[in-house]
Ligand binder design. Structure first.
Ligand code: ARG
Ligand code: ZN
Length: 872
């Protein structure tokens, strides 16, 4: 059934404090919970108390020490009701047993490679004990754990360690106490035989914090980068947001079976080990950057998520959008701001824009859901971050910081809402954000259309701008949004151009703020016809259409002072050419030549950094082309057109690219520094381009693969060869598998390359890999690397016209759904592009989805995605 935001009401009872006693043992773990509960003001005396609970075996139940008679409570598959509890504070005591060993959903308490660990967000705690499992119930937790000393020498939970010791029979115990009231989704516990590295950090006010990262024995050295990232995150949050850490310990645990990236449990973050482990031989520069980013993200949640949490799950974006914004800013400050911005926009466009344009579109703050796990989406995370970024853009850095300060001051210790978040910015800056709120409430990516005219005689320049958002599921009408369009005018000589006066819209020095459906702005005193640079820094998450010519774009690519727009201008030239080619129009040879020359200039330009060049020397990806075309999309035709343009643009540059490639080689020992990372990114970009544009490219890739001294270079070569499925691809893949046999995270890389190969044979090779009895069928990383990469990262073969790609994925989903519904539902979202496809593929996709629907035992996760996918 569906849950609605409008039905929100606090629970009739509150839980004040929680005492948990875990007896952890193979096969059966027993959990004794003592919940101190009281009725809220206004609760009818004796009103029933309904606790959540799933897959629990109730063994004892008592109130204030007195066992309850059978008629005093009722337990079923979703929870426990105490029929008439006392009308005063009381202690409810339950004893349940659970079996972490058979928990393949990986929610609640489960066992991963012999380690007991938990994942509770959003609704996993109810799989551990009966509870009011919702984020607005905040309690202090005391946790006692007992386990076999050899099986689990390490016993961790949230907060500070207050006692530990040995017991009889080889057992030992630990007691942890978390002084900060928290919702159950932030609960965590770990018990196992783990290695660790330790360090300390002293906060600005002098609190000494003990830091530790726990991991499988033998992996300790691979945790050093994560530890370094953690300390830099702690320092950054103090400097940038004035936020200090608040406990005496901060622990991180790396586990091998984990449904997503990581989890911000108070004082005890738990990570998918792929976001902790790094060494140069097995991790790429991208892995290093991801680890740094996610370590920071989870750490930043301590304030935005934990100290201030969400009132209900509709507000998820309150913590996630804000925390992604914060981690993006961290990376920007630590590395290159413009490169980070371009990469984030690439991610937004490849992950969120398709969601927003398809059957799964939803607002950053949804107002209904059937399964909350399906709302941990690019819209809630990445678009949520864009919305926060727009606030910062509109209010300015100082105004934004004033609002954030007030947020922490006013809401510390609370479970709150998007409304309260917006209110602090209104109050701190004396502005009205009523219209701005639309960004949180409505789905869909606005289309902003701009056209300009210039009148030389009157020296007048006119910009006309309008916005339009297409209907999305359940939202036929769209309101006008506030759209900050950062901009500048550029004169014929390439320098910025000013104006004397402007009328007809809200125009600041460097920003147009569009509030209405359309606006006509007149700039006077403009000496000659300018070229406008619009949406600088991607100041709003919109699709921009302009009347700029290919020449205007090439001009911007050369002269814009905004690095983002220089990059964007080159991409736009390429995009227009591919769209044209797919439409069967005659090739614009002049524009192709000019783009080729512009790419050559970019490569030669000494004032640009390597990482920027690596992003610029590219054409828009196939899915972006597909969305630009918008309907009756033929992914194979797009693929062909894009490949042809790559050859036409970069073919003539092969000699220059090869020289640059040779020059960029370095003997320096590997380090994940910005300088080295940029250098490798550009060199590997050139190598990938040569694989497409030069007959010698495949041999170059094979050669680089064999001589590489780090994973970044080796993997880049493997991807280039494997995706293009060159003559050596199979041999390189075979070598890679042997060379790194026994490292599961490198196996994931191997799986992903296999899944992304562009040739027709890819599907049968994937099937062979998956059918191997030794394939780890329950590990989320392995499954996602193989089948997730196919559904999301192989646009041509997944959408094969014969439907085999679609059927393979739906059959996989049906199978995995019986064990891990979250992994199944996530992979199924790969279908979100289906309504845009041309008729044959569209029909094949629909058939696969309808067949999946005949399965009567689908989980709530998968049936919710499926129903929305089919427009139900
Ligand atoms: N809060 C975690 C994070 O943002 C992710 C939890 C994901 N949970 C889920 N059900 N998908 O780091
Ligand atoms: Zn998060």
């Amino acid at each position: 059934h569906t849950i609605y935001l409008k039905d929100y009401a606090p629970t009739p009872y509150r839980i004040v404090s929680v005492d948990l006693d875990f007896k952890i043992a193979p096969d059966t773990t027993r959990v004794r919970a003592q919940l101190t509960i009281e009725p809220r003001e206004g609760t009818e005396p004796g009103a029933p108390l309904a606790l959540d609970g799933e897959e629990l075996k109730l063994e004892e139940i008592a109130i204030d020490g007195a066992p309850l008679v059978l008629s005093a409570y009722a337990a079923d598959a979703t929870g426990l009701t105490v029929i008439a509890p006392p009308a005063r504070r009381f202690v409810l005591e339950t004893l349940v047993s659970i079996t972490p060993e058979t928990n393949t959903k990986l929610m609640g308490l489960y066992r991963s490679s012999d380690v007991w660990c938990t994942q509770c967000e959003p609704e996993g705690f109810r799989r551990i004990t009966y509870y009011l499992d919702r984020p607005d119930v905040l309690a202090t937790f005391k946790v006692r754990m007992t386990a076999d000393e050899t099986l689990a020498p390490v016993l961790l939970a949230n907060g500070n360690l207050v006692a530990r010791g040995s017991l009889d029979n080889g057992q030992h115990f630990a007691v942890w106490e978390d002084p900060f009231p928290k919702p159950a989704y932030l609960f965590a516990l770990v018990a196992g035989d783990l290695g660790s590295i330790t360090d300390t950090y002293t906060t600005g006010s002098g609190r000494k914090v003990d830091l530790a990262i726990y991991c499988a024995h033998g992996k300790e050295e691979q945790c050093a980068w994560a530890m370094d990232s953690l300390k830099r995150s702690m320092a950054w949050d103090e400097k940038r947001f004035g936020r200090e850490y608040d406990l005496d310990v901060f622990n991180i645990v790396a586990v091998s079976d984990f449904n997503f990236g990581a989890m911000e449990n108070k004082g005890l973050n738990i990570f998918n080990d792929r976001l902790v482990f790094a060494k140069p031989e097995t991790a790429t520069d991208a892995d290093y950057e991801n680890i740094e980013r996610v370590i920071a993200h989870e750490y930043f949640h301590n304030w935005t998520g934990n100290r201030i949490t969400c009132r209900d799950w509709f507000q998820l974006c309150l913590k996630e959008g804000l925390t992604v914004y914060r981690d993006q800013e961290f990376t920007s400050d630590e590395r290159s701001r413009s490169v980070k911005r371009i990469s984030d926009v690439l991610t937004l466009r490849s992950a969120q824009f398709p969601e927003d344009a398809g059957p799964l579109a939803h607002p950053p703050r949804p107002d209904q859901y059937r399964e909350i796990n399906n709302f941990y989406t690019p819209t809630v995370y990445e678009k949520g971050a864009e919305v926060v970024r727009m606030l910062a853009t509109l209010l300015g850095e100082a105004g934004f910081r004033k609002g954030m300060d007030l947020y922490f001051e006013r809401h510390d210790g609370e479970a709150t809402t998007i409304e309260a978040f917006l209110k602090v910015f209104e109050d701190a800056n004396e502005v009205d954000l009523g219209q701005f709120k639309t960004w949180y409430l409505e789905a869909g990516t606005p289309k902003v259309t701009v056209s300009d005219t210039y009148d030389a005689e009157s020296q007048t320049y006119r910009l006309s701008i309008n916005q339009e958002t297409a209907p999305t599921p359940g939202q036929p009408e769209k309101a006008d949004r506030v759209i900050p369009v950062a901009f500048g005018l550029i004169g014929p000589n390439g320098s910025p151009m000013g104006w004397k006066g402007v009328s007809g819209g809200e125009v600041r020095e460097d920003m147009i703020v569009l509030r209405d459906k359309s606006a006509e702005m007149t700039f006077t005193g403009v000496a000659s016809k300018p070229v406008p640079s619009l949406l600088r820094g991607f100041s709003a998450p919109v699709n921009l259409a302009t009347n700029l010519t290919q020449n205007d774009r090439l001009f911007l690519a050369q002269h814009d002072s905004d690095p983002f727009n220089r990059w964007q201008a080159l991409q736009d030239v390429g995009l227009a050419l591919i769209v044209d080619a797919v439409a069967g129009n005659e090739a614009d040879e002049a524009a192709i030549l000019a783009l080729s020359a512009a790419m050559s200039d970019t490569l030669a330009n000494n004032s640009l950094d390597d990482a920027f060049k690596a992003l610029a020397l590219n054409l828009p990806d196939e899915q972006l082309v597909g969305r630009t075309i918008g309907k009756d999309v033929d992914p194979a035709a797009i693929h062909t057109a894009r490949k042809a343009l790559l050859k036409a643009v970069f073919g003539p540059l092969v000699d220059r690219m090869y020289t640059a490639y040779a020059t960029l080689a370095s003997e320096a020992p590997y380090a994940p520094t910005t300088e080295q990372t940029g250098r490798r990114a550009l060199r590997n970009r050139l190598m990938a381009l040569m694989v497409t544009a030069s007959p010698n490219g495949p041999a170059l890739a094979a050669d680089q693969y064999r001589h590489a001294t780090n994973m970044t270079d080796r993997f880049a070569a493997l991807v280039a060869a494997g995706v293009a499925w060159t003559a050596d691809a199979a041999a390189l893949l075979a070598d890679f598998r042997l060379r790194f046999a026994g490292d599961p995270l490198v196996f994931d890389k191997w799986l992903a390359v296999n899944a992304r190969a562009e040739d027709e044979g890819v599907l049968s090779r994937i099937e062979i890999i998956l059918d191997d009895p030794a394939f780890p069928k329950n590990n989320p990383n392995r499954l996602r690397s193989l089948v997730g990469s196919f559904a999301m990262g192989n646009p041509v073969q997944f959408t094969r016209a014969d439907g085999a790609g679609f059927r393979f994925v739906t059959q996989f989903v049906a199978d995995v759904d019986t064990r891990n519904p979250q992994v199944a539902a996530r992979v199924l979202t790969g279908f979100r592009i289906w309504p845009m496809l041309e008729a044959t593929r569209r029909e094949a996709a629909r058939e696969a989805l309808v067949t999946l629907k005949e399965n009567e035992n689908l989980s709530r996760n998968t049936s919710d995605i499926l129903a929305r996918m089919l427009g139900e």
